[in-house]
Write a protein that binds this ligand. Structure first.
Ligand code: OOG
Ligand code: MG
Length: 262
């Protein structure tokens, strides 16, 4: 696979997101990417977002819970950038027409006060965090039927397409085992615990720092890290009000637009 071929595939994956039009899985087209090439494709596709004026707000971790690995049939952690174009205001509206087959999942967000990169321990991860918040991630695979191989999903920037962060809370709360309820129109659709995220969401931050180090980059001060979903994701539908209620941290919420609104 040449650099030029990877650049062309990045344009296709980015175009699928931009036009909300699903494409064939790269793996089923016989395109055999290494993990490294999949991340290279991811960077090139996100660079196209930056060239349209988006900027990076942080990173997200994926497959940090068994619930997610089982739902998607993938068993390795992944990561990718979160951009300004993905940001949905807490209490705001998500425009359904910009997505293909979006799903939502309950997460925990970290706000960093110090950069992190490389091998660190749990205490070092905790001391770099300014604040924590309840969060929602909207994922929208650019592939048909929301199915993919590990390389496919990495290349597709880990299905990242939207995220909402609730009010930031002081980082001195013990977040290792907090009840999390994902609600649609006030009814619980997924119930879990933050402990589902690697036993403690801070372990996801440790992993993110390691992955940043391996990629020769860092998690920057002032950036957001999404720790990964605590439960399986739920399919979104127009008009639904989505809320995550996390013990001790509070809520994050948005409403999905009605079918024809802009
Ligand atoms: C990939 C993204 C996984 C998480 O929180 O585990 C993820 C996907 O499931 O489409 O965001
Ligand atoms: Mg997620």
């Amino acid at each position: 696979m040449s650099n030029q071929e990877i650049t062309e595939l990045a344009a296709q994956v980015d175009g699928a997101a931009l036009n909300a039009q699903a494409i064939e899985q790269l793996s089923s087209l016989g395109i055999d990417l290494s993990i490294e090439q999949a991340y290279q494709l991811q960077s090139l596709s996100v660079a196209r977002r930056y060239s349209r004026g988006e900027h990076q707000l942080g990173v997200k971790m994926g497959f940090t819970s068994r619930a997610k690995m089982i739902q998607m049939g993938v068993d390795d952690m992944i990561w990718g950038p979160l951009t300004s174009g993905m940001f949905i205001e807490d209490g705001g509206e998500m425009n359904f027409s910009h997505f293909i087959h979006p799903r939502v999942e309950p997460e925990i967000a970290f706000l960093l006060k110090r950069p992190l990169s490389g091998v660190i321990n749990l205490a070092e991860a905790m001391s770099a965090v300014e604040a924590v918040a309840p969060a929602l991630e909207v994922i929208d695979s650019r592939y048909n039927n929301f199915q993919f191989s590990l390389q496919d999903v990495i290349a597709d920037n880990c299905s990242s397409s939207g995220f909402t962060v609730g009010a930031w809370q002081k980082a001195d709360v013990d977040i290792s085992n907090l009840g999390m309820v994902l609600e649609f129109d006030g009814a619980a659709v997924q119930v879990g615990s933050s402990a589902a995220i690697l036993g403690n969401p801070y372990r996801s931050l440790v992993a993110a720092a390691r992955m940043a180090g391996e990629a020769g980059s860092e998690l920057t001060a002032g950036s957001i890290v999404l720790a990964g979903a605590a439960t399986a994701a739920e399919a979104l539908r127009p008009g639904v009000h989505v809320r995550v209620n996390t013990e001790k941290l509070g809520v994050a919420e948005f409403t999905v637009s009605q079918p024809l609104s802009e």
